[in-house]
Design a protein around this ligand. Structure first.
Ligand code: PEP
Length: 645
């Protein structure tokens, strides 16, 4: 099984392609104004140099639009990097081509090469396969340390990763993921978020995702005026966006949200001498709000006083001007003081970072994210393509799936308690897909508790019609409405206890797909069929009827579940399972396509337990497991999710 960290790669004396984020701000005249991003990648570079790897660094700088632009050359970064590393850095005038290949191949182990700006070629941004192949041809290993670019599906972040057997995260990437995942999933409490910046549009997703996780969420910055306007208050000439006021009003319904009680106003940003504080309900018509006021600073300080986790994105006022920087500076000081008491404090977003640096407090928080957009998207709960590409490279492009089928177990109350316990325990698991299939009656509770987590859920069955006189049945649309992504179809208990025929399974598969659900299509032979050597004939029938009308672009998961192994304690041996999985994969090649067979996960099910999961998952065609009995206890399910292969 592939590993996610550079620590697990054999890099000694190897050429290692490292995607870094050297997109540094440049001052007029082309000098680097802050080298923080270069410094942030030094641990990974030094780690590789210690192992005598040849380090081939690749980055973008600015937006050169797919053609060379001397003003955006990385040469200036190569010079700065050489100073920081205190060793020569070879600068390659292009990132691809024969001369670059030669330069990289000739480099002695322990050399550092920085390639010219990746975005001088259009293939970088378009994730062009040929461009990706050229880049991949430069090295034997791939490491992505560019968290700041992880939200982009570009050649160097996604395309190249897919061409290596064991693409890995660098040390910076690992640290970013660790801190950001911890504030989202398993924070020490009280947990307080501070959200500022100028636009609700940019932050609405972050606020919505953080609200269920935090104890309080403080609002400041330009976006506070959308919230104040939403409360029906006059905001004078302050900035606001009419189209996001409604969204702000909806978000403000959550009692965890804390809005400012006063603001610093002035006739315009260029009249700092006229700045004065007013209550939020007394903003003069001819003045604009430019910072939070002193009473709000006090209020925010009180809320922050005993926080153990703080996440902060967006300045609280127009911090670029001293007269309107007090709110941001004071809160920065409060956050820095909390860090000293051992609280975890995480700051993200380019402007917040600039504000923190301006206040001289950049080193006084636990973690400053190097990503602007990437950090915000991560906090929104999105899986970033650059991280996904690292997690996806298990054997082929299939992420392992661990799925728990609870069958007719657990009331809604018990299911809720299970999810509350499970969610933080699996917060750090980014490289496997986790799915739960609760009974229908517990789905809403599970949906509530797993909202915006990385744990997905689905229905145990569905009807083939969208609605109608089918007492007791549940349609795919009902499942979608509850946030289900998957649905089990053709489970052996449905087939053999409730009489679902191959034809009925097919109708359910089609209905699920039409509703936007991914069917987990279960198939498998009974004991007498195996004993009479009818295993493959049975599967042939189940698959060809059950998947009739299926199209290549449809998404599917297959679960091979030999009936004789389900709930019996009798597991197929890894070899027996691998044999059938290989056969199913070749069936998919024959009946659909190579690409489809390559991307479709095939799970094994039948008495999977913590003590046999590792051996099963070590098989190359077993992409995951569907588990009944052993998924019912949190401890045992966690152990399954953390299989080692
Ligand atoms: C199942 O129900 O899909 C299953 C495989 O059950 P168990 O793990 O209990 O055999």
């Amino acid at each position: 099984m592939k590993k996610l960290s550079v620590r697990d790669l054999d890099v000694r004396n190897r050429r290692v392609f490292v995607r870094v984020d050297f997109n540094v701000p440049l001052a007029d005249g082309g000098t680097i104004s802050t080298d923080a991003r270069i410094r942030a990648s030094l641990p990974t570079i030094n780690f590789l140099l210690k192992r005598r790897a040849t380090v081939v660094l690749a980055s973008h700088l600015g937006k050169p639009d797919g053609k060379p632009d001397p003003k955006l050359s990385l040469k200036v970064v190569a010079d700065r990097l050489a100073e920081l590393l205190d060793r020569p850095v070879v600068f390659a005038p292009d990132c691809i081509g024969k001369a670059t290949r030669q330069l990289v191949t000739d480099a002695a182990p322990g050399s550092v090469i920085l390639l010219e700006n990746l975005r001088f070629h259009p293939g970088e941004v378009s994730n062009d396969p040929e461009f990706s192949r050229e880049l991949a041809g430069l090295a034997e290993r791939y490491v992505n340390d560019a968290f700041g670019t992880a939200h982009r599906s570009h050649a160097s972040t996604v395309g190249v990763a897919g061409l290596f057997d064991r693409p890995a995260a660098g040390l910076l990437m690992e640290e970013e993921i660790r801190y950001l995942a911890s504030v989202l999933e398993s924070p020490d409490r009280p947990h307080v978020a501070i959200i500022g910046g100028s636009k609700v549009k940019d932050k609405a997703g972050v606020i919505a995702n953080l609200l269920p996780q935090v104890d309080k969420l403080l609002i400041g910055g330009g976006l506070m005026f959308d919230f104040l306007k939403g409360q029906g208050l006059g905001i004078g000439k302050s900035i606001f966006k009419p189209d996001t006021v409604r969204r702000a009003r909806e978000l403000a319904e959550n009692p965890k949200l804390v809005l400012p009680v006063d603001v610093v106003v002035a006739p315009d940003p260029d009249s700092p001498d006229k700045a004065h504080a007013v209550p939020v309900d007394a903003i003069p018509d001819d003045e604009m709000g430019l910072d939070i006021g002193p009473k709000t600073i006090e209020l925010f300080r009180k809320v922050l006083a005993d926080a153990r986790t703080v996440v902060w994105a967006g300045p609280l006022g127009m911090f670029e001007k001293d007269a309107f920087a007090t709110g941001t500076n004071e809160i920065a000081r409060a956050v820095a003081a909390l860090t000293e008491t051992g609280a975890t404090t995480v700051v993200g977003g380019g402007d917040t970072l600039a504000a923190l640096s301006r206040a001289g407090l950049r080193d006084k928080v636990s973690h400053v994210s190097t990503g602007g957009g990437a950090c915000l998207q991560f906090l929104e709960g999105r899986i970033l393509p650059g991280i996904r590409a690292l997690a996806d490279a298990h054997g082929a492009t299939r992420t392992p799936i661990i799925a728990g089928n609870w069958k007719m177990h657990k009331t809604a109350t018990v299911a809720r308690a299970f999810c509350i316990k499970l969610r933080p325990r699996l917060a750090d698991v980014l490289d496997r897909q986790i799915l739960i299939f609760p009974p229908f009656t517990a789905l809403a509770a599970v949906a509530d508790e797993l909202d915006r987590s990385r744990i997905g859920y689905g229905g145990q069955d569905c009807h083939w019609e969208a609605e109608g006189a089918f007492t007791g049945a549940v349609s795919p649309a009902f499942l979608r409405d509850l946030g289900c992504t998957h649905v089990l179809v053709g489970h052996s208990e449905r087939r053999h206890v409730f009489g679902d025929s191959d034809d009925i399974c097919n109708r359910k598969v089609r209905a699920a797909l039409a509703a936007g659900l991914i069917p987990v299509f279960c198939c498998g032979e009974k004991l007498d069929e195996r004993e009479n050597e009818l295993t493959f004939a049975t599967l042939e029938r189940q698959l060809s009827i059950g998947l009739r009308g299926f199209k290549e672009q449809d998404e599917l998961v297959i679960a091979y579940e030999p009936v004789w192994a389900i709930g019996t304690g009798r597991t197929a041996t890894p070899e027996q399972a691998q044999e059938v999985h290989r056969w199913i994969r070749s069936w998919l090649v024959r009946r659909v396509s190579v690409e489809f067979a390559d991307r479709t996960p095939i799970l094994y099910g039948g008495s999977v337990k913590p003590d046999n999961v590792d051996a099963l998952m070590a098989e190359t065609h077993i992409d995951g497991v569907l588990v009944g009995g052993a998924s019912l206890e949190v401890e045992s399910f966690e152990r399954l999710v953390r299989f080692q292969a």
